[in-house]
Design a protein around this ligand. Structure first.
Ligand code: DCB
Length: 519
C-alpha cells in the first residue's frame, strides 16, 4: 500500500515538475489567482480543454461543485460521449453517460434533472471519479479504514470506492484526517481530485478540446443572450439591439436544406447547438430543388416545426426563403408574400423570429430592378402583422450590399445580409462591409462557411478566424453553413452522426469544432 501512495506522489511530483517546465499561460480565469493551491490544476486542465468555466470568464473556485458539473468534467476526462439526456438541462447528456456506465446510481442523481444543480457529496463524487477513471484500483479495509478518522460516518455503499481513492492517493484526507463523506467539494478542490485521478489513469494525452461549457449561467431554457432575456430585437444605427436598446450579437448554425436533412432540424439537434452556446438558428427552406415551390405544405410544416423547436430553446430563429437556383426573387414574389404574411401572423407575438426574405439573388438580377422592389412588397406583407426583423439579400449571392447601401429599402427593422465563404472571399468583401456600414447600413451575416463558396474545399480556418474577429469587433451577428453530416467540408457534423442525442467534440468535423468553439 505504501508503494501505491509513493507511486501516486511520484506521479504528482512529476506533474508538478512538468508543469513548472511549461510556459505557464497567464491563467484562463480572472478569479483563479496564480499561487492559489488549486491554481495549477485548474489552469492545466483548462488548457487541455477539460474545463471551460462560466460563460462570463470566471471559474468560481470557491463555489460548491454541482453533481452536473462534476459528472460533466469526469465524463470529458474519461473520453466518453454524452448520452441521450432526458431533460433540456445542459448537463443531461453527461449525467446520462455516467448513469449508463454505473458511475452513479439513479437515487444519487436521477436523470430527470431535479438534482443536477445540487452540490455533490464527497462520497458520491469520489465513487463516480474512481469508477470513471480508475475502475481497476482497489484498497483494502484493514489498510485504508484507519486513515479515515470519521470512518463511522461513511455508508458501507461507498467503502469500495473510498478505499480505492485513498489507496491510489486520489484522496489524501484533511489535515484532521476526516473524509467528511456527506460534505461538499469546492470547484477548486474537485479540480485537484479529478486531475490526480486523470494523471494516475494515464489519461490527459488526448484531451477532448472545448465542448459544452460545464457551467452555463442556467438551464438551457434560458440560454445566455436568448429571447427571454432580450425580447424584441431592433436596429439602432447599424447595430442590432435588444428591446431595451442594448447591443446584442447572435451566433448560431444554419440548417442545410430542410428538404434533405430533416433530422438536423429536430428538437435534439437544435438543442445541441444551444448547448454549445448558440443563441441563433437558421431554418434554410429552399424554394427550388424539391423545396417549398414543389411541395409547399410539407415544407411549411417542417419549417414551422423547426422554428418552434428553436423557440423552445429560447433561441432567435431565422426563417430563410432559400432562393438559389431560382436566382431572381421576383419570379415568385406572390408565393413569398403569401408565405411570409402567414408566418408573420403566426408569430406576431413571438419576438424570436427573424424573416430572411431572399437567401441569395444571383444571375441576371439587379438591386434596383428586382431585389429592392421585391423586398418592399414582402416587407409590407410582414409588417401587416409583425414588427419582427427582416433580413434582405442582394445580387451576387448576397454580396452586393454596396448597392443596397446606396438605395436601401424603406421601413424599420431591416438588416442586410452578406454571405461569405472563407476559402473564396476575403478582404475585399470585408472592406465592402465597412463601406456599407459607414453609409449607415446594418449588416447581418445570415450565412457563412469555412469552406470555398461551393460548400467544400479547405477548411480555411485561418481565414475564417480573421473573418470572425472582424465581425466580433463590429458587433455583427452570424449563422454558419451548415448543421448536417453531408460529405462536404462546410458540414459541422461527421457523416452518420446520430441526431437523437447530445454531441461530443468527437462528433464534430474540423469546421464544426471551430465554429462551435466560437459561439
Ligand atoms: C450558397 C447557398 C447555399 C450553398 C452554399 C455553398 O451558395 F446559399 O445553399 O450550399 O452557399 O455553396 C450548397 C450546399 C450543397 C448543395 C448546394 C446546392 O453546401 O450541399 O448541393 O448548396 O443546393 C453560393 C454562395 C456563394 C457563391 C456561390 C454559391 N459564390 N452557389 O460566391 O460563387 O453557387 O451555390
Amino acid at each position: 500500500m505504501k508503494r501505491t501512495v509513493w507511486r501516486a506522489l511520484g506521479a504528482l511530483l512529476a506533474a508538478v515538475v512538468l508543469l513548472g517546465a511549461l510556459p505557464l499561460s497567464a491563467g484562463a480565469f480572472a478569479d483563479v489567482e496564480a499561487g492559489a493551491w488549486y491554481a495549477d490544476a485548474i489552469n492545466e486542465m483548462a488548457g487541455e480543454g477539460y474545463l471551460l468555466g462560466y460563460p462570463d470568464g470566471l471559474f468560481r473556485p470557491g463555489e460548491a461543485v454541482s453533481i452536473g458539473q462534476f459528472l460533466t468534467i469526469a465524463g470529458r476526462c474519461a473520453g466518453v460521449s454524452p448520452g441521450a439526456g432526458q431533460t433540456p438541462h445542459w448537463a443531461a447528456g453527461w449525467v446520462q453517460a455516467a448513469l449508463d456506465r454505473g458511475w452513479v446510481d439513479w437515487d444519487e442523481c436521477p436523470p430527470t434533472g431535479e438534482r443536477f444543480d445540487e452540490a455533490v457529496t464527497r462520497q458520491v463524487a469520489v465513487k463516480a471519479l474512481m469508477r470513471a477513471l480508475l475502475p481497476d484500483v482497489r484498497g483494502d479495509y484493514s489498510t485504508e479504514s484507519p486513515k479515515i478518522k470519521d470512518f463511522g460516518e461513511l455508508d458501507g455503499r461507498y467503502y469500495e470506492s473510498t478505499f480505492a481513492a485513498y489507496a491510489a492517493g486520489v484522496v489524501v484526507g484533511h489535515g484532521d484526517g476526516a473524509f467528511r463523506p456527506l460534505g461538499h467539494l469546492t470547484r477548486g478542490e474537485a479540480c485537484l481530485l479529478i486531475q490526480r485521478a486523470l494523471k494516475l489513469s494515464g489519461g490527459g494525452a488526448n484531451p477532448p478540446g472545448p465542448g459544452v461549457p460545464d457551467v452555463p449561467d442556467g438551464p438551457m431554457e434560458a440560454i445566455k443572450g436568448g429571447a427571454s432575456e432580450n425580447g424584441w430585437l431592433q436596429v439602432k444605427g447599424t447595430q442590432l439591439c435588444n428591446e431595451m436598446g442594448q447591443p446584442v450579437v447572435l451566433h448560431g448554425m444554419s440548417s442545410h436544406g430542410i428538404q434533405w436533412f430533416p433530422e438536423f432540424v429536430g428538437g435534439q439537434a437544435i438543442k445541441n447547438t444551444a448547448g454549445y452556446g448558440a443563441n441563433l438558428f437558421r431554418v434554410a427552406m429552399y424554394t427550388a430543388e424539391d423545396g417549398y415551390l414543389s411541395q409547399p405544405e410539407k415544407m411549411e410544416k417542417r419549417a414551422v416545426e423547426a422554428v418552434d423547436a428553436a423557440i423552445a430553446q429560447d433561441m432567435y430563429v431565422i426563417l430563410d426563403w432559400h432562393i438559389l437556383f431560382d436566382g431572381n426573387p421576383m419570379d415568385h414574389v406572390e408565393e413569398a408574400e403569401d408565405f411570409f404574411g402567414r408566418m408573420a401572423q403566426r408569430y406576431k407575438d413571438t419576438p424570436n423570429v427573424l424573416y430572411e426574405i431572399c437567401n441569395e439573388p444571383n444571375g441576371n438580377v439587379s438591386w434596383q430592378g428586382d431585389v429592392k422592389p421585391y423586398a418592399q412588397r414582402v416587407v409590407k406583407a410582414i409588417r401587416a402583422h409583425s414588427k419582427g426583423l427582416v433580413l434582405v439579400g442582394s445580387p451576387t449571392w448576397s454580396q452586393d450590399i454596396h448597392l443596397a447601401a446606396q438605395d436601401p429599402v424603406e421601413g424599420e427593422g431591416i438588416l442586410y445580409t452578406l454571405h461569405f465563404y472563407a476559402g473564396t472571399h476575403g478582404q475585399a468583401l470585408r472592406d465592402r462591409i465597412d463601406g456599407a456600414m459607414a453609409k449607415g447600413l446594418p449588416v447581418f451575416i445570415s450565412e457563412w462557411g469555412t469552406s470555398r463558396a461551393d460548400g467544400s474545399g479547405g477548411v480555411f480556418l485561418d481565414e475564417a478566424a480573421v473573418w470572425l474577429d472582424f465581425l466580433e469587433e463590429r458587433g455583427i451577428s452570424w449563422a454558419n453553413w451548415s448543421l448536417c453530416g453531408k460529405n462536404e467540408t462546410s458540414a459541422a457534423l461527421k457523416i452518420g452522426t446520430p441526431t437523437d442525442r447530445a454531441w461530443g467534440w468527437e462528433d464534430l468535423t474540423e469546421s464544426g469544432r471551430f465554429v462551435f468553439g466560437r459561439f
